[in-house]
Design a protein around this ligand. Sequence first.
Ligand SMILES: Cc1ncc(COP(=O)(O)O)c(C=O)c1O
Length: 380
Amino acid sequence: MQISPKLNNVETSIFSVMSALANKHNAINLSQGFPNFKSDQKLIDAVSKAMNSGYNQYAPMAGNLELRKAIAKKFELLYNTSYHPEVEITVTAGATQAIFTIISTFVRPGDEVIIFKPAYDCYEPAITLNGGKPITIPLKAPSYNIDWNLVEQAINDHTKMIIINTPHNPSGTTLCQTDLLKLQELTNNTNIIILSDEVYEHIIFDGAQHQSVCLFKQLKARSFITASFGKTFHNTGWKVGYTCAPKELMEAFRNVHQFNVFSVHHPTQKGLADYLAEHSHYQTLSSFYQDKRDTFLKLIKDSRFTWTPSKGTYFQVLDFSDITSEKDTDFAKRLTVEKGIASIPLSVFNTHERDDKVLRFCFAKTGDTLKMAADILNRI
Ligand SMILES: Cc1ncc(COP(=O)(O)O)c(C=O)c1O
């Protein structure tokens, strides 16, 4: 039998590779992006309560309505904008499923999708699997700013979608108001759909405001926002998130969503709905992570790494060009095996694996772990 799968040449994700290497060598794992501290006990209790109260059968296809209402409320409070909970918000199995479903809903063979590299790793396979063509635009270290002239040149009649991500994984940079206005200008009077990956919307530093597409009227009208409770409430393993978009776009999304997931773990949705009623649960997240960023950077201030402080997300990129000229992938592996600290080499997110000599470290870790990590980094 000859099988001919649609997606080929796929390597094991760098997150799995580095985490496995970290486990094998008992290294401190600052590679994969997950917290090593517990989710709030109140949230765990709320989910347990939901299970014990009978929320154990299929949730509605679009998600538990109480949760969708709580999400709508959050948009009103934070961005002074409204998404209708019944027809414009859908709860998803993490942001990854939302992203895959959005791309599958709209991208046909031959369609072009503009993405910015380095990029989170799930965009490109989803585009390719649907017969689309990823059009990659480089973001250059250390600023990782978008060159909007390149975007303007890349847009043509085949452009179906543009995917943006702010705060940005892996670089820890953010888009500013000018960026969003430029995107709005360039997509005006086109049929381009925007997929705005905003999973780190609540982790933004130094008093900056998150620039959501929903703050810009014409962008909002053509955009999906994807979000992840895993990032916000320290439980990446629960894989619950949501997506919002104007009614017509959301209807199209749900046509696909109902056949690839149908609905998401119900007790978790009910627990999240109760927990979201207390707004401080997400409003304090930026200062919580800013403290961690500052602690980490203070601890490594005498190391030979150089950096620009992360502006958002729970990642800090460190430049090692003063230390070695090794390839970033080799250096990251050597640090894990020989020095006992795991990170992610940024080249794996870049087109042609461009190597800017930078590694990504996740600082969503306890103070003790950050201290142990810093002790190692200071000796390198
Ligand atoms: C930028 C970005 N988008 C999407 C995701 C996926 O989120 P989820 O775990 O909710 O599927 C991640 C997770 O690391 C991410 O960093």
